[in-house]
Design a protein around this ligand. Sequence first.
Ligand code: NAD
Ligand code: ZN
Length: 360
Amino acid sequence: MKYKNFPMVPKVVFGRGCFSQLDEILMPKRKSDEAPFIFLVDGVFENDNWILSRIPLLFNDQIIFIPTDEEPKTDQVDALVEKIRQDATQMPSGIIGIGGGTVMDIAKAVSIMLTSQGSSADYQGWDLVKNEAIYHVGIPTISGTGAEVSRTTVLTGPDKKLGINSDYTPFDQVVLDPELTKGVPKDQWFYTGMDCYIHCIESLNGTYLNAFSQSYGEKAQELCDEVFYKGNLTTEEAQDKLMMASWHGGMSIAYSQVGVAHAMSYGLSYLLGTKHGIGNCIVFDHLEEFYPEGVAQFKKMKEKHGIVLPTGLCANLTDADFDTMINVSMGMDPLWENACGKNWKDTITPEKLRSLYEKM
Ligand code: NAD
Ligand code: ZN
């Protein structure tokens, strides 16, 4: 047995308002006047002076707003890298991603691709990146995905949706300022928060479970329970705790895997473009047979917050559409193996997945 030696985020600052320290955090990392910092910022903040006024722009630094109605694509990453190469006379000093999982993943991918040849699609997979990325910083503005701690950046490419999993993917610095999440709309708060909850359930009920993953998964689940179910928290406490839940949930899957909800929501995402948070919720709602307690608790949380999930997503799909989703989903071997064991193919058949998708 060979154990994986994981890199972790080496520097993290936590605290309400710590975003204001960004200038002092970045200062020592500036290589020269000609080597800019590139800030990739969620388009939702385009007119938000509370955020923008604290982005410490100097010299040729740039803010590039990133639309988040679609999840990251390999050609989008390639185009950004091309633009940054054209605009700057020198390699940038760093890439700073300010936003949710979408923007953080784009920031990771761009920082990798600035030092690698070819298309980002060439690096989707495990340990295909050979060159160190440039300095990159992650600043979450919504909590749940764990993208701030993870070793992957999930991209949809010409023929697959798969992460660039590599030792160079994790951020060099993360800024955890729970105040930044104050404007998140309620439904989105729930969907992305549930991504974290589902990470915990899938990790804690998986065959890959070990004490490392369990310790983080249990803590994250406890925090999610406080935030989404037990209540009695102030808004500030809930923001603080969900940000730490996301961190722990991400750490939990670093050393294990996600499971059925993620495997099936990848299928929805690939065919229909359903976004990660809401897609996981739509799938997870129908997974009682795999995760009885987790799904029961999920339904209670959904009820408590008055969340109504869309239905009928698969109502008008063709046989070919179902086959596409089923193929994408069944291609996620490690997720199924984690969820159902080495012999997962005995129970997880195309017919089984079709019957589940038909409910959604
Ligand atoms: P997101 O980044 O797409 O953001 C969701 C919505 O919330 C967007 O409309 C965004 O504009 C808005 N938003 C974010 N912060 C806000 C704020 N403070 N105020 C108002 N609106 C705000 O969603 P997400 O759920 O964070 O991320 C999903 C993405 O993360 C997917 O692409 C998924 O593949 C990826 N992901 C990556 C990992 C990883 O380990 N790398 C893990 C899980 C998910
Ligand atoms: Zn997830």
